[in-house]
Design a protein around this ligand. Structure first.
Ligand SMILES: Cc1cc2nc3c(=O)[nH]c(=O)nc-3n(C[C@H](O)[C@H](O)[C@H](O)COP(=O)(O)OP(=O)(O)OC[C@H]3O[C@@H](n4cnc5c(N)ncnc54)[C@H](O)[C@@H]3O)c2cc1C
Length: 497
């Protein structure tokens, strides 16, 4: 589905199956499931430090998972708007800068949010807020502040809704966060767990919002505020360069390998089964490090987990997303990198223009828009054709005051089955059951966004990858105590938008 990355394609193709299951058998064998940022990051760190033999199994053709890129009409485009945030761990950022060199661009953020029918700069700027926020909205926020928001508790159980109403007041919630939440995660705010507000909304109180606003004021700015890193050849170039470095250090990558089973013997992992070219293949392993969706992995264990664990796996769900790409015969659609649509009147959550991320002048005379439409497999939107989705997008953009006037040369869509983990109230009990069961299997490690069900950024996924390698010693021992400490750090990660 994803085009193979140009630079690494040939280098890796010759490498793909060499040494798998044979040759260097003295060292422990780590099989990594998934070649998203977490998978390639761990492969690189383990191979580069010479800790073990590494094989990565990936069902698709390229690298980067949801953070990958593909070629479309002469431009590299991403799976929705992706930026590398300056909040990245400094050591990891230095590694990425060394790998990508001049290709890692340092760019100012330049987006807009649609609020009450008006456009406001994002990240927020005090002057813009003062001049452009709809008066009714400003009065509502002022009233909330005067009332010191809501009383501490109105008897409702704690949820995403109560935490944000207490932190931000009713107006911001009603006009902005609540409709956005319903659109992004497909649930009513009271049905979302409190942690969704704590981990997913970095400005979840007026104090934090004001600190963000202060970042737009010269002299008060935090380093990196209002900026982001972006690779010249699309966001996926991060994972492609890491994978290339991992392959150079000896890691094996097997693409087109859909993992179907993880076999255990005597309470420890023994082998991984996968389908490739229509045939089942098996590789033996000392360690299996999985970045696959947690429920999928638990269901693939042999012997199968007890019924209550399988039932818990069925209660963990992800929100899907349809990405609609419009190829337009026009140099540039707008000067902005992204437009955000919190309101429910417009069905998409975000629109990005990839050319504006990489400051690319190519291809001449055309640009591409990428719209993010949160939707679940099985929904009516999921079944729509490219042409229907393209027409719907043109309609929504017109409604939002962004009319598409240039000829639409092509419409392409991609569907992500697992875009966002959904933190439905009570999910933690089910997740804990899965986590505890997986932890009892010696040699099995879950990490990355889908496996830890973490609302994380790429830099968090890479931090998990480095942490996993830090816990492995060359004799094959894995330091579980240290990993437990790392897990506590992962719990403090907050998503940057
Ligand atoms: C719309 C959107 C916008 C985002 N924007 C940003 C952003 O601006 N900045 C940022 O830092 N992060 C952003 N993220 C988050 C970022 O995409 C993730 O943090 C990152 O992709 C997580 O990496 P991962 O390796 O943990 O998981 P993934 O990228 O999901 O990788 C998992 C891999 O496992 C593979 N796999 C799954 N099942 C199987 C199987 N059975 N067999 C073999 N392989 C399998 C998949 O194909 C995939 O390659 C965004 C995410 C989305 C959805």
């Amino acid at each position: 589905m994803i085009d193979a990355p140009r630079q690494s394609d040939n280098a890796l193709a010759g490498n793909k199956l060499r040494g798998v299951g044979g040759g260097d058998t003295a060292r422990p064998h780590v099989i990594i499931l998934g070649a998203g940022p977490a998978g390639v990051g761990a492969a690189w760190q383990v191979a580069q430090r010479g800790l073990a033999r590494v094989t990565v199994l990936e069902q698709r053709d390229g690298f980067g998972g949801n953070a990958g890129s593909f070629d479309l009409e002469g431009l590299r485009v991403d799976y929705g708007s992706h930026r590398l945030h300056p909040a990245c761990n400094p050591a990891i950022l230095r590694d990425l800068q060394a790998l990508l060199g001049d290709d890692l661009l340092d760019r100012p953020r330049h987006g807009r949010i649609r609020l009450g029918g008006r456009w406001i700069h994002f990240p927020l700027k005090p002057v813009d807020l003062f001049l452009r926020v709809p008066p009714k909205f400003a009065l509502g926020v002022a009233g909330d502040l005067a009332r010191k928001f809501l009383p501490e508790s109105n008897g409702q159980p704690e949820s995403f809704a109560t935490i944000l109403e207490r932190g931000l007041g009713r107006t911001i919630c009603r006009e902005f966060y609540f409709p956005y939440a319903r659109k992004l995660w497909g649930l009513a705010p009271p049905d979302l767990a409190p942690i969704q507000a704590q981990r997913r909304v970095s400005g979840n109180s007026i104090g934090k919002m004001l600190r963000k606003l202060a970042n737009a004021v010269p002299g008060l700015k935090r380093p990196g505020a209002g900026r982001f890193f972006y690779p010249r050849r699309g966001y996926g170039q991060i994972s492609e360069r890491i994978a290339e470095a991992a392959a150079t250090a000896g890691a094996e990558f097997i693409h087109g390998a859909k993992v179907t089973g993880v076999d255990c013997e005597g309470g420890r992992v023994h082998a991984v089964r996968f389908e490739r070219n229509g045939a089942e293949q098996v590789l033996t392993a000392d360690h299996v490090w999985s970045t696959l969706p947690v429920g999928l992995l638990l269901r693939s264990l042999r012997p199968a987990p007890p019924a209550d664990v399988l039932a818990a796996a069925g209660k963990i769900s992800f929100r899907g997303m349809i990405l609609i790409y419009l190829v337009l015969e026009q140099e540039q659609f707008t000067e902005y990198d992204a437009h955000y649509f919190p309101g429910e009147d417009i069905r998409i959550s975000r629109l990005s223009e990839p050319k504006n991320y990489s400051v690319s002048a190519e291809p001449r005379g055309r640009t591409i828009l990428c719209a993010e439409l949160p939707a679940d497999p099985g929904s009516p939107e999921w079944a729509m054709t490219d042409e229907e989705l393209g027409r719907a997008l043109v309609g929504w953009l017109g409604q939002a005051g962004l009319p598409v006037t240039a000829p639409v040369l092509r419409v392409v869509t991609k569907r992500l089955g697992q875009a966002y983990p959904v933190y439905r109230t009570g999910f933690q009990e089910h997740l804990q059951k899965l986590d505890e069961y997986a932890a009892r299997i010696e040699g099995l490690l879950l990490f990355g966004r889908q496996a830890l069900f973490a609302h994380d950024n790429t830099h968090h996924a890479l931090f998990m990858a480095y942490s996993a390698a830090d816990c492995l010693s060359p004799d094959g021992n894995f330091d579980h105590t240290r990993w437990a400490e790392f897990r506590k750090i992962f719990d403090t990660h907050v998503v940057e938008d």
